[in-house]
Design a protein around this ligand. Structure first.
Ligand code: ZN
Length: 247
C-alpha cells in the first residue's frame, strides 16, 4: 500500500516559462518575382523586422533561399533562414519548407506534398482562397489533403476576405496548424503578418508546426511600407524591361 506523502507547505513547482518567437515563412527574392537579391533581402529583414526565423520561398527554385541562408549565417547570427520553395502545381501553389533540393512542377497538389515529405520537409497551403494577382490557390483541398499547415493570414490586404474564409474552412475542417506570412516581394513588409511559435530556432518552429502549437499574428501590409515599396517597384520594373533579366 502506498502511503500518502504530505507535500510540504513551502514546496514550489518551478515551471520554465515558454519563450515565444515570430517567424515569416513566405518571402520572395530576385530568384523569382521578388525585387531584391537574397543578401539585400536578409540585410533589410535583420534591420527592420522583429523575427527570429524566416523562410525564403521563391517560385520553383531553392537557389536564392540557399544563398540567403548562407549569407545570414555569416552576417546575421540572430536570424535563421529556412530553405523553401513555392511549388507550382496544376491545382494551386504549395510552399515546401525545410527542403534539400529544387522541386519540379506537379500536376496535383498531393504530388507536391508527397515530394516535400520525401525530403523531410513541411508542406503548406498558401493563400488558399486568394484569387488574382498571379496567385494560384488550392481552395478546398485544405479540407482533405495531408498538408502540414495552412496560411490563414496572408499579408496582402486584398487577401482579407480569403483569410477569413481560410480560417473558417480550416476550423470546421482538418484544423491544420495555422500560419501568418507576409508573402513579401520587397522585404519592407516582412514580419507584418507572421507566425508565433514556442522557442526561438527553426528546429523549434518545425516541432511547433508538427505539434500544432503555432498561431498566426500581425496584420496585412501596412500602408507606410507599401508606399515605401512603390519607387522600388517602378525603378526595378524599368531595369527588368531594359535588361530582360532577373535582377
Ligand atoms: Zn508567394
Amino acid at each position: 500500500m502506498i502511503a500518502n506523502i504530505p507535500v510540504p507547505a513551502t514546496a514550489t513547482v518551478f515551471v520554465k516559462p515558454t519563450v515565444w518567437s515570430k517567424a515569416d515563412l513566405h518571402i520572395h527574392t530576385t530568384f523569382s518575382d521578388g525585387y531584391m537579391t537574397p543578401p539585400e533581402t536578409i540585410d533589410i529583414i535583420a534591420r527592420t523586422a522583429r523575427v527570429n526565423v524566416v523562410a525564403i520561398t521563391d517560385h520553383d527554385t531553392i537557389t536564392g533561399a540557399m544563398i540567403a541562408r548562407d549569407y545570414a549565417r555569416q552576417s546575421h547570427s540572430n536570424l535563421e533562414v529556412i530553405v523553401g520553395q513555392e511549388i507550382t502545381t496544376g491545382q494551386g501553389d504549395v510552399v515546401g519548407l525545410f527542403l534539400q533540393t529544387d522541386l519540379p512542377y506537379f500536376a496535383t497538389a498531393l504530388e507536391a506534398i508527397e515530394a516535400v515529405h520525401r525530403q523531410g520537409g513541411l508542406a503548406v497551403a498558401v493563400h488558399p482562397f486568394t484569387f488574382g494577382g498571379g496567385m494560384e490557390s488550392v481552395h478546398n483541398a485544405i479540407r482533405r489533403l495531408p498538408f502540414d499547415a495552412v496560411e490563414t493570414r496572408h499579408g496582402c490586404p486584398l487577401s482579407i476576405p480569403g483569410n477569413i474564409w481560410a480560417t473558417l474552412v480550416n476550423r470546421f475542417g482538418q484544423r491544420l496548424p495555422a500560419l501568418g506570412n507576409s508573402d513579401s516581394h520587397i522585404p519592407y513588409t516582412v514580419g507584418q503578418a507572421f507566425t508565433w511559435f514556442p522557442g526561438t530556432s527553426a528546429a523549434d518552429l518545425y516541432a511547433a508546426i508538427q505539434t500544432n502549437t503555432v498561431r498566426p499574428g500581425g496584420t496585412t501590409w501596412k500602408i507606410g511600407s507599401m508606399l515605401r515599396k512603390l519607387p522600388i517597384v517602378f525603378n526595378r520594373a524599368e531595369a527588368r524591361q531594359i535588361t530582360g533579366a532577373r535582377i
